[in-house]
Design a protein around this ligand. Structure first.
Ligand code: KG4
Ligand code: ZN
Length: 343
């Protein structure tokens, strides 16, 4: 018998995304983004996102079924992001997913967006995920986690005390007038810059910080330092600023990730979330992990940023682990903690 088919729906931010997997094989991954409608506001406008999800939902599901070459009746389980995210946006996905599960009389798995980011690794690597240290870096969250079982046991080791890593990229891009979202633009611009040209601060890395907050992050000091530099240097070289800023973030993310591996005795690191698409983070992670013998896994760039495949992947892992589905009437939770894998 072939593995069950899971359809996953993701609407936590500005992507209306539907993924379909069979076991750990990806069958479809369709993403409709409303990012252009938000760009002139410099960030995602919740109500615009919700309305865009409503419009895009049905065509996105239809396209995913077509790409997977299946019909609705082939679906064995439905998975959906229950949080964290924008509540009005989440509710559109939750409404669509519960409607599908009810109509098809199939189980529904209401899962955590952050755990789903990590789970997508299962689609590209056959080796089991656990135990592993996970660096989760997205637009809304940055944390270091110990994952003993991605379907139910995640421990938080540390998190950002202010901005998320992706948020820092987006804010610096805004002050440099590089557009939204900032991460991909800074990544591209940094390729032609000198990462050693400006020595920006590495947050929470004093010896006292290593004693008291070894696995927490802070990017607000870096953000202020970059803003001050820009003010004081009217003819600044954009590429050098981008490269030096990016280097400060990459450096501190990896210093702390490798310290978490060392402290826990776990020789495996997964990097997930939108910022995991960053080319410099990927390259430096590979070099540093190889040096100290840590097995590194990062999803392909296209599966790092928000997508439906990751939700389907986590749903599929829940099915395989024999986890109980969610009740059909569950709540979307805009601040669902990363340690709650499903509701
Ligand atoms: O995971 P994600 O798609 O959405 C959230 O759950 O937040 O992450 C989006 C974030 C944005 O802040 C975006 O600027 C950042 O990921 N990002 C990047 C890159 N691609 C996306 N940051 C740095 N380099 C990139 N290549
Ligand atoms: Zn995300």
């Amino acid at each position: 018998m072939s593995a069950p088919i899971v359809l996953g729906i993701e609407t936590s931010c500005d992507e209306t995304a539907v993924g379909i997997v069979r076991g750990r094989s990806l069958l479809a991954n369709v993403i409709a983004s409303s990012v252009e409608e938000h760009a002139r506001f410099g960030g995602v406008v919740p109500e615009i996102a919700s309305r865009a999800h409503l419009e895009a939902m049905q065509p996105t599901i239809t396209q995913a079924l077509k790409d997977a070459n299946i019909s609705l009746s082939d679906i064995d389980s439905v998975a959906v992001t229950a949080g964290p995210g924008l509540v009005g946006a989440l509710l559109v996905g939750v409404g669509a997913a519960t409607g599908l599960a009810l109509g098809l009389d199939k189980p529904i798995f209401a899962v955590n967006h952050l755990a789903a980011h990590i789970s997508v690794d299962a689609l590209t690597h056959t080796e089991t995920l656990t135990p592993t240290i996970a660096l989760l870096v997205s637009g809304g969250h940055s944390s270091l986690l110990q994952v003993d079982d991605i379907t139910g046991s995640i421990t938080k080791l540390g998190a950002t005390m202010d901005d998320a890593a992706g948020e820092a990229f987006d804010k610096i891009a805004r002050v440099m007038k590089l557009g939204f979202p900032g991460g991909p633009t800074i990544d591209a611009l940094a390729k032609t810059g000198d990462a050693d040209s400006i020595n920006f601060p590495r947050g929470l890395t004093t010896s006292n910080d290593w004693q008291t907050r070894p696995f927490d992050f802070s990017f607000s000091g870096l953000k202020t330092a970059v803003a001050r530099y820009l003010e004081a240097t009217p003819d600044y070289a954009k590429a050098d600023v981008a490269a030096s800023f990016q280097e400060a973030i990459v450096d501190v993310l990896l210093l702390k990730s490798l310290a978490a591996c060392k402290a826990s005795g776990i020789d495996s690191l997964v990097i997930a979330g939108g910022v995991a698409a960053n080319s410099r983070l990927r390259a430096v992670a590979e070099a540093r992990c190889q040096k100290v013998g840590i097995r590194l896994r990062i999803p392909v760039p296209g599966l790092c940023t928000d997508n439906g495949a990751m939700v389907a992947a986590l749903g599929s892992l829940m099915v395989a682990a024999g986890r109980a589905p969610s009740p059909i009437a569950f709540d979307a939770d805009s601040s669902l903690p990363v340690t709650t894998v499903s509701v």
